[in-house]
Design a protein around this ligand. Structure first.
Ligand SMILES: Cc1ncc(COP(=O)(O)O)c(C=O)c1O
Length: 366
C-alpha cells in the first residue's frame, strides 16, 4: 500500500521555488506571538536538572494531564498527551477501528485531508457525507449514511477548510448516532479558541462512552512546531490507546509540555481574545477584496480559512500554481478537500500580509 503525501507539502515547495515574491496562504501556521508564559517556561526548562531531560511519563506529564482534565471536566486518567492533534486523531481513529464494530469511517465532504489519509493507513474504508454550502453538517444525512459497518464518525468544528461552527444540537445528535450504531464520534476541536461565532459546542458536553475529543495547543497558543496535543477517551477505551501511544512514541517530548503547562496556568483570556480580534480584522479585509474580485466565498465563523471561488478558475493544483506565478498568492486547491469543493480555493489567514494578498487577488481577478 502506498500512503499519500499530503498535497499541502507540494504547494509549499512550489511557492518556495517561485522566482517572485509570494504571499503564503497555504499553511495553518499562526504568525502571531505565543503566550509570554510559554517562552518563560521554555527558558526555565533549560536550567532544570538532567533528570528532566530523560523520559517523561508516556501518557504525558501528570500535572499537564490534570490541568487539561480540570479544564475539560474529565478525569486525568482519560487524558493522553499526544504529538499534536494529529496523533490524537490517529489514536482515536485506530481505537474506533480495533473495536470490531465495523471498519467504515464517516467523514464530511469537504474534509481535512489527513482524515482520509489516516483511514486508509489504518485499513479502514471511508464514506463521505456532504455538508451544505456554508459547511454545516445535517445530522439526518449522517444518520442516513450510518450502518452496522460504521466504526467512527470524524468531525471538526470550527472547521478546516469551511470555517463552519457546528451548533450544540448537531454535536448532541452526532453523539446519539454514534451510540445508536455502536460507533465512536471523534470530535477534532483544534480550532476551539478561534470560534468567531460564539456558538462553538464541544462534544464533551454530552457524556458518552461513544465519543473521543481531540485537541492541541498548536493553534490556540500559536505553537504548531511544539507538538503538544491531547485526546480525551471514555474510561473504557483509554487503556489500549495509551499502549498504542507508548509503542509508537515511547513518550512525548517533555520541554514543550512543561512550557504549555506554564502557559495554561498564567495566560489571561485577553491573549486568546486578541488573536480572535486579529483574525476578525483579517476576515473583513480579505472578504472585502474578494467582493472587489467578484468572487464567491463563505465568511468563516471559526478557524483560519476562507474558501473562495473565482469565475472560470477551478481549484485545481494547476490553477493554484498559476496563481502563485501570476498573482504572487499561494492558496490550497479546493480539490484537496474533496469533490464538492473542486471549483474552490482555500486561503489561510495566518500571514501579516493578508491585505497585500487581498489586493493582489482583487487586481488579478478584478
Ligand atoms: C482540523 C485539523 N486537525 C488537526 C490538525 C493538526 O494539528 P496538530 O498540528 O496539533 O497535529 C490540523 C492542522 O492544521 C487541522 O487543521
Amino acid at each position: 500500500m502506498e500512503y499519500e503525501t499530503p498535497l499541502f507539502f507540494h504547494v509549499m515547495q512550489y511557492a518556495d521555488r517561485a522566482d517572485r515574491d509570494v504571499v503564503d496562504m497555504v499553511s495553518g501556521n499562526p504568525d502571531w506571538e505565543p503566550p509570554e508564559a510559554l517562552r518563560e517556561g521554555l527558558r526555565d526548562y533549560a536550567s532544570l536538572e538532567p533528570d528532566r531531560f530523560q523520559y517523561g511519563p508516556s501518557e504525558g506529564l501528570l500535572e499537564l494531564r490534570e490541568e487539561i482534565a480540570a479544564r475539560r471536566g474529565v478525569d486525568a486518567e482519560q487524558v493522553i498527551v499526544t504529538n499534536g492533534a494529529g496523533e490524537a486523531n490517529y489514536l482515536a481513529m485506530a481505537r474506533a477501528l480495533e473495536r470490531d464494530s465495523g471498519d467504515e469511517i464517516l467523514l464530511t465532504d469537504p474534509v481535512y485531508p489527513y482524515y482520509p489519509g489516516k483511514t486508509t493507513m489504518l485499513g479502514g474504508t471511508q464514506r463521505f457525507v456532504a455538508t451544505d454550502e456554508t459547511g454545516q453538517l445535517d445530522p439526518a444525512d449522517v444518520r442516513d449514511a450510518a450502518s452496522e459497518e460504521t466504526a467512527a464518525i470524524v468531525v471538526n468544528s470550527p472547521n478546516n477548510p469551511t470555517g463552519a461552527v457546528y451548533p450544540a444540537e448537531t454535536m448532541e445528535a452526532l453523539v446519539e448516532i454514534a451510540e445508536a450504531y455502536d460507533a465512536i464520534l471523534v470530535s477534532d476541536e483544534v480550532y476551539d479558541h478561534y470560534d468567531l461565532s460564539g456558538e462553538f459546542a464541544s462534544a464533551l458536553e454530552s457524556d458518552s462512552a461513544h465519543r473521543i475529543v481531540t485537541n492541541a495547543f498548536s493553534k490556540s497558543m500559536a505553537i504548531t512546531g511544539f507538538r503538544v496535543g491531547y485526546a480525551i477517551f471514555p474510561p473504557e477505551l483509554v487503556e489500549n490507546a495509551k499502549s498504542r501511544h507508548m509503542l509508537v512514541n515511547v513518550a512525548t517530548t517533555r520541554p514543550p509540555q512543561y512550557a504549555v503547562l506554564r502557559a495554561l496556568r498564567e495566560t489571561p483570556p485577553e491573549y486568546y481574545e486578541e488573536n480572535r480580534a486579529l483574525l476578525r480584522e483579517r476576515v473583513d479585509t480579505f472578504t472585502d477584496a474578494l467582493d472587489a474580485a467578484g468572487a464567491e466565498y463563505t465568511t468563516p465563523r471559526g478557524s483560519f480559512y476562507v474558501m473562495a471561488r473565482f469565475e472560470d478558475y477551478p481549484g485545481t493544483l494547476e490553477n493554484v500554481e498559476r496563481l502563485i506565478d501570476e498573482a504572487g498568492v499561494a492558496g490550497m486547491p479546493g480539490e484537496a478537500f474533496g469533490d464538492s469543493r473542486s471549483a474552490w480555493l482555500r486561503f489561510a489567514l495566518v500571514t501579516p500580509r493578508v491585505e497585500e494578498a487581498a489586493e493582489r487577488l482583487a487586481t488579478y481577478f478584478g
